[in-house]
Ligand binder design. Structure first.
Ligand SMILES: [Zn+2]
Length: 175
């Protein structure tokens, strides 16, 4: 078997990079919905009725398909609010997508290392039963561009939560 020529290697590399510059879906921010609860939540099953993407428009990595996450309200903020972050400042009650079946429900998602700076006592008392009280938080980040935190999960736990405002949504509902 002959070695590939340099030209063939370059051709293969550029083919790879063009396939990774994938189709960018038409998406919009949470705040551009007039009545988000009506527009992004299915009235029949209370689950997300649009695909959910990374909030960085240029990235728009697909995070969740439709019908996977349930909208919940939590008093008090959980995600760190850093003034230098690109995210909209959140106000109470905070809306989150709850994904009870966890990581395998995601199309793409990244995790931080367990965060040892957060003590569970400071979290609202919704910690799921499968999570040990000493479980550490793992922040969720975009798997493609590392934007985050966009949500959290617990070390050893199944559930995951995403901040509704730190995401983009399919512009037009697809079937
Ligand atoms: Zn991203």
């Amino acid at each position: 078997m002959t070695q590939p020529t340099q030209a063939e290697i370059f051709a293969a590399l550029s083919a790879q990079s063009s396939s990774s510059s994938r189709f960018k879906p038409s998406t919009k921010e949470y705040t551009s919905f007039e009545n988000p609860k009506d527009e992004i939540v299915s009235s029949s099953n209370s689950l997300n009725n649009r695909k959910i993407y990374c909030s960085r428009e240029k990235c728009s990595s697909l995070i969740l398909l439709k019908g996977v996450a349930k909208l919940i309200e939590i008093e008090g903020s959980i995600l760190p609010d850093d003034s230098s972050s690109p995210f909209i400042k959140s106000s109470s009650p905070h809306l989150y997508w709850s994904i009870p079946s966890g990581p395998f429900s995601f199309e793409n998602i990244g995790f931080s290392r367990p965060d040892t700076s957060i003590i569970n006592d400071s979290l609202p008392n919704f910690i799921p039963k499968d999570v040990n009280e000493k479980s550490k938080i793992k922040w969720l980040i975009c798997a493609e561009c590392d934007l985050g935190p966009i949500g959290w999960s617990f070390e050893g736990g199944k559930g995951a939560w995403l901040d509704v405002k730190r995401l983009r949504y399919e512009d037009v509902k697809s079937d």
